[in-house]
Design a protein around this ligand. Sequence first.
Ligand code: 4GO
Length: 259
Amino acid sequence: MIMRIDVITLFPEFIESSTKIGVVGRAFERGLIEIATWNPRDFADGNYRKADDRTCGGGPGMVMMIEPLRRALAAIRAASGAEEAKAIYLSPQGTRLDQAKVAELAQRDHLVLLSGRYEGVDERFLQHAVAEEISIGDYVLSGGELAAAVLIDAIGRLQEGVLNDADSAVQDSFSNGLLDCPHYTRPVRDEWGDVPAVLLSGDHAAIRRWRLKQSLGRTWLRRPDLLQRVALDKKTRALLEEFQDEHAGKTMPGRESGD
Ligand code: 4GO
């Protein structure tokens, strides 16, 4: 089943340009995901096609109006055949996005994303036509388009047939709840250090072990909150302890402290 993503946005070119690029762009071109944009302005009345109005109660800023959004959603429902479809609204008030949520959304066959501008969207539209509110992180953007593009990228790369073996999602950071291990390429020797010998050994079991150990160690150093949420078996815990012992002895050679 190929996934369909409809995006309601006042800046469709923004979504269109970002979905033409990279891994997700390739998926889009190959028909592995379908993306359509809908501009509430095209559904607005009057000569000016006004889709926003002054905020009730006064103060600066504009709010996106209900009617153009309602018509845009109706058009999406008609075009997709999903008569009950509700939207996902991207906003700082939403549930924080993580890889588990991305994986869950990637399973669905239809998503409707709503990108707000200005002060946001009339609350009544959110209550009646939005099923979920998602935040990509604790910071404020001037529009929801970047957040929608982030979500589309994260979801798009998990679609069947999008990634090749080389960038397989199984090896991703977070797919096992841990941060990624360090990566190296040639040259093997450089004035800024040498590639760890184990990676050149051809011993695949040893390489796998080293990578897991680095993942564990970096997660321990940089994101102890993540480490608390994964259950480590005895062997894995021993590997982390090995890293911790080595770390207590010395900071890593060729590395600046604090990294
Ligand atoms: C989403 C949208 C931040 C996020 C946004 C986020 N800022 N952290 N801004 O995911 C309504 C008008 C929200 C501007 C939008």
